[in-house]
Write a protein that binds this ligand. Structure first.
Ligand SMILES: [Zn+2]
Length: 143
């Protein structure tokens, strides 16, 4: 099972940064960028969802099963893997990462009840909330 962020003929309206490329410093295994607090952060290569440790892989290009369509991201619950297309701007990759993680949360906690539109709405809202509230996130983490 995979999730598709790109729907034919329907460009998501919530991504307005298409074509803008952020540059970062190349390091072992990928680019790094600065967080909102100025610390250097690396792309995650793993993420824990419930008791599962998902592998996060960055691919270029990332296509669906029959290679007929380019994807921004791909959640594979049975393989415990999330794939992110690395040939898009970092901002898009971050949004996609949150989106695919929500698919994993949906699989783990909601029996895949959420629709693609619900995942898209929630992931966009969560993405904005995470970026706007780093202190609140620290508080939630208990740190
Ligand atoms: Zn999706």
């Amino acid at each position: 099972m995979y999730s598709r962020l790109y729907l034919p003929g329907r460009r998501p309206v919530f991504w307005n940064c298409f074509g803008m490329r952020k540059t970062g410093t190349k390091v072992r295994g990928g680019k790094v960028s600065k967080s909102t607090r100025g610390t250097i952060v690396k792309k995650p290569h793993g993420v824990k969802i419930g008791t599962l440790n998902y592998e996060v892989e960055y691919c270029s290009p990332l296509t669906d099963g029959d290679s007929s369509q380019l994807l921004y991201g791909h959640h594979m619950h049975s393989a415990i893997k999330i794939k992110i297309a690395s040939d898009y701007p970092e901002e898009r990759q971050r949004e996609t990462f949150v989106h695919e993680c929500l698919h994993a949360v949906d699989s783990r906690y909601c029996n895949d009840k959420l629709t693609e539109d619900q995942i898209a709405c929630l992931s966009n809202g969560l993405f904005d909330w995470i970026r706007a509230n780093p202190e609140a996130i620290d508080w939630v983490k208990g740190k």
